[in-house]
Design a protein around this ligand. Sequence first.
Ligand SMILES: *Cc1c(COP(=O)(O)O)cnc(C)c1O
Length: 483
Amino acid sequence: MQEILATNKLSIEKSHAGRRGVRFEKPQFSPDKYVPAKYLRKSVDRLPEMTEQDTVRHFTNLSRQNYCLDSHFYPLGSCTMKYNPKAYDRLSALDGFANAHPFAPEEAVQGTLEILYNLQELLKEITGLSAFTLQPAAGAHGELTGILTARAYFDAKKDKKRTEVIVPDTAHGTNPATSNMAGYKVINIHSGPDGRVDLNALQNALSERTAVVMLTVPNTVGLFEKDIRQIADMVHKAGALLYMDGANFNALIGVAKSADFGVDIMHLNLHKTFAAPHGGGGPGSGPVGAAAHVAPYLPKPLVEKLPNGTFTVRGKMPKSLGKMKSFYGNIAVCLRGYAYLRQFDGKTLKEIAENAVLNANYMRVLLKEAFPAFFDTVCMHECVLTIQKDKMNGVHTTDVAKRLLDYGFYAPTIYFPLIVPEAIMIEPTETENRDALEAFAKALCVIFDEAQKEPQLVKDAPHNQPVCRIDEVGAAREPNLHW
Ligand SMILES: *Cc1c(COP(=O)(O)O)cnc(C)c1O
C-alpha cells in the first residue's frame, strides 16, 4: 500500500526532469545588475522538479502525518500540552507587535513595553515573588538563569564555598543538567517511599557547600511536596536558596503562591501553563521570578514603570548578573501569556488548576485495574502509572505506547521519571473533556486485554502507521544514516 501511494517518497524521489510549477519568462536584464557575478550560481544542482499541484500535495500530505493538538488528544506527561486559543496567535501576530524592530526607540514601542511590564506584574501576583524577568527562552533556559542568579547572589556575599546543588530524584531531568552546566556539583537525593523528598536525606545532604536546592513542584511523579515549608526552612537554615521548577504550575495556578512556600527563585513555562503553543522547536518562554533579597541579581533589563507613567528598559541594575538573551525575551510568547492571564480572573485561574488535577485523577481511577498508579494516592496534574508485570505476558510499556498509536493516540511520556519502573506518565490537562479522557482510557484498557489474549499483537505494534516497528537493535548496531 505504501509503495502504491508513494507517501513516504522524498520530493527529490518524485522529481521528474522538466516538470515545472510556474513558468517564468527568461529575464530581460542580466542578473548581475543586482547581484555581483561572483555570487551568482552557475547551475542549480538537484532541486526537485515538480508541478505546483504535486508540490502542494507533497507538503499537505506530509503535514497530515503530524500529530498535533489541533487534531488529537496529546497526553504527554510533564509537558502540559493544553489547548492554545487561536485568538492569541492572531493577537501576537498584529503588525505593531510582530514587526516592531528590536532597536526601535522606547517612545515608539510603549504599548509593547506596557504589556511586558503588566505581565511581569501579573506573574508577581500569581506567585507572590518580587520581580520577574521575561528574558529566558524556555524552561531549561529559565533554570540556568535562576541558578546563575543564585550564583550572583552568593558571589556578592563573597560566599565562595557553595559549590553544590541538591536535586531530588523526582526532579525534571533538566534540573541536574542545568546545575551541572552552571558549574555546580549535583548532589542527588533519593525520595521517600511516598514519592516525596525524604527529609532525612535532604538534611544529610545540606551543608555550607550547598548553594541551591532545586525542587520540581509538583514533582515528576505528579505529587505535591507537602513538606515544602519545612524543606524551605531547612534550606534557609543551611544558608542556601530554594529554587522551584515551576513548569508544572498548571497544577497550582490560582491555588497557591510559591512565595508562601518559601521559594527564593523559580521559573514558569509560558509555553505550558500560559497557553502558548509548545513543542515542534518553536520559541518558548521561561520567565524567572525572585524573592526580594535575590531580585537585584536577576538579568537586566527588567521593564520598569517611571513616575510619569511611561515604560523603560534603561533602569540601572548594578548587581544584575547581566544579560541572558538578546533584547527582552520571546515577546510573541509573552503576549500570549499576557492575553491568557487577562482573560481569566483569579477564580477562573483556580478552576483551571482544579480541573487539571481532577482530569489527571479521573484518568488514574479509570485505569486503576489495567495500569495502576505507582504511588497509590491522589495526584496533582499528572498521574504516573506502571504495568503489572505478572499480567502482561512480557508486554512492556514501550509496546503499550506503540500500540496506542494504532488506536489514534499519541503515546504518553514513558520510562520517565526513572524512579518508576515501566513508567507511563499521563498529563491530560484541563482543556480535555470527559469524552476524550474516556476514549483514551478505553484504548489503554483494550491494550491491556490484548496483552492477556494476544500479546504478540501488542509487541509488534504499531501496525497501521507510516513507519511500523523499527528494528531497534539493528538500528543501534548498523546505523544507516543516509536516505
Ligand atoms: C518542560 C519542563 C522543563 C523544561 O522546559 P523547556 O521549556 O522544555 O526547556 C523543566 N522542568 C519541568 C518540570 C518541565 O516539565
